[in-house]
Design a protein around this ligand. Structure first.
Ligand code: NAG
Length: 166
């Protein structure tokens, strides 16, 4: 399995590795405008109309969906970078547990890409599969995740959010 990349696995990996917590479940999706749902089997929503985003997401499929703690998680995703994304792009990632901020960080997108054998500049269609494992020690409760991804010139690549209950 060739580890190529899209933004979403990075967000997953970054969130999982930087916090040892994991994130997503389907419970709250019905509370959100359906037109903002990310295509595929996942609990993700776009923050706003994705027509304005550089990354067009074809699908993101999670197995199992929603993810379960103490189990593996397979992420399959495909998307199109409709403009070239150069070095300097970044991910603004925040993870809250209830009202408590666990993670609030800025990660270099291109650095993250190298960990999965992709390099900037990024353009065109990217397809990937990634396996992660979710620690069984994840404390029960409500998690809110926001990943806001920008080019170095502050153009929006994508913005995703999710609410999870473990
Ligand atoms: C990807 O985006 C480019 C730029 O908008 C477009 O020309 C191309 O057709 C797209 N590819 C696919 C498979 O949608």
């Amino acid at each position: 399995m060739r580890p190529t990349i899209s933004i979403v696995p990075l967000v997953f990996s970054a969130a999982v590795t930087s916090s040892s917590f994991s994130l997503f479940s389907n419970d709250q999706k019905t509370l959100v405008d359906d037109s903002l749902s990310v295509p595929g089997e996942n609990p993700l929503n776009f923050c706003a109309d994705p027509a304005d985003y550089i990354l067009t997401i074809d699908h993101v499929d999670l197995d199992p969906n929603p993810p379960e703690k103490g189990k593996g998680l397979t992420i399959k995703a495909k998307g199109n970078f409709t403009e070239e994304v150069e070095k300097g792009a970044y991910i603004g990632l925040s993870v809250k547990y209830g009202l408590i901020t666990l993670v609030n960080t800025k990660a270099d997108l291109c650095d993250q890409m190298q960990e999965v054998d992709e390099e900037c500049p990024l353009s065109g269609v990217k397809d990937f599969t990634k396996e992660v494992s979710l620690p069984k020690e994840i404390p029960g409760g409500k998690y809110t995740v926001l990943a806001d991804v920008y080019t170095k010139d502050e153009k929006k690549i994508t913005c995703l959010n999710a609410i999870a209950h473990f």
